[in-house]
Design a protein around this ligand. Structure first.
Ligand code: G3P
Length: 216
């Protein structure tokens, strides 16, 4: 399973990239606003930190506008992945860009039918939002299961990028279902390593090692 981090905070991206466990980055207009940085500048900096895809989202809502913005964004670096919303104009843009060899992430997916359309449009990634789906009384993980089934039925190459991940159980269940990628905030990724028994075990080993009086 690939791990992307869902942030535009450079320090967090650098810290996670240094572990060697980070496969890519996703951003969106809200995360760019939160960073307080210039969109093009921060995206370029992120692309220099990770080798994998860096999703940068278009702002325009019409096809022509999306194509114009995608042209600006894809010039930033080879690993830029253009993020478009799941609308007719977004799908049209997806089809045009992927036909050109550009990676496209179709975002704001809340139904399996929408995911089917994105695959038909040749999307590199589909981003179903699990947490926001749960928040609205739906089952976000069921959505991932349905998309996995449909994509496998037809051997679609579109990768399922589970997004809006809120905690470790989302990550675990996505891995069980077979999501290709998950994108989560830095704190959720860092939290995956934590276990009280690991900490307790280290504490015990350290205490016993001290008793030996040895050093390495
Ligand atoms: O980047 C898309 C998605 O991961 C956003 O998540 O937490 O704002 O619902 P969230």
């Amino acid at each position: 399973m690939k791990f992307f981090v869902d942030t535009a905070e450079i320090n967090d991206i650098k810290e996670l990239a240094a572990t060697g466990l980070l496969d890519g980055v996703t951003t969106n207009p809200s995360l760019i606003a939160k960073s307080g940085r210039d969109f093009l500048e921060v995206t370029k900096e992120i692309c220099g930190i990770v080798d994998g895809p860096v999703s940068a989202e278009v702002i325009a809502l019409d096809h022509e506008g999306m194509m114009r913005e995608a042209e600006i964004l894809r010039k930033i670096a080879d690993n830029v992945c253009i993020k478009v919303p799941l609308t007719i104009d977004g799908l049209k843009t997806c089809k045009a860009l992927t036909g050109d060899g550009t990676k496209v992430n179709v975002t704001l997916c809340f139904s399996a039918n929408q995911a089917l359309l994105a695959a038909k449009a040749g999307a590199s990634f589909i981003s179903p939002f699990i947490g926001r789906h749960d928040d609205n009384g739906f089952d976000g993980l069921e959505l991932i299961r349905d998309i996995r089934l449909i994509y496998d039925n037809y051997n679609y190459a579109t990768e399922i990028l589970a997004a809006s991940i809120r905690h470790g159980v989302h990550v675990l269940e996505c891995a069980r279902i077979g999501a290709d990628v998950m994108t989560a905030p830095p704190a959720v990724i860092k939290g995956l390593v934590k276990h009280v028994l690991t900490d307790k075990g280290i504490e015990g080993f350290m205490a016993d090692w001290a008793k030996t009086g040895q050093s390495l």
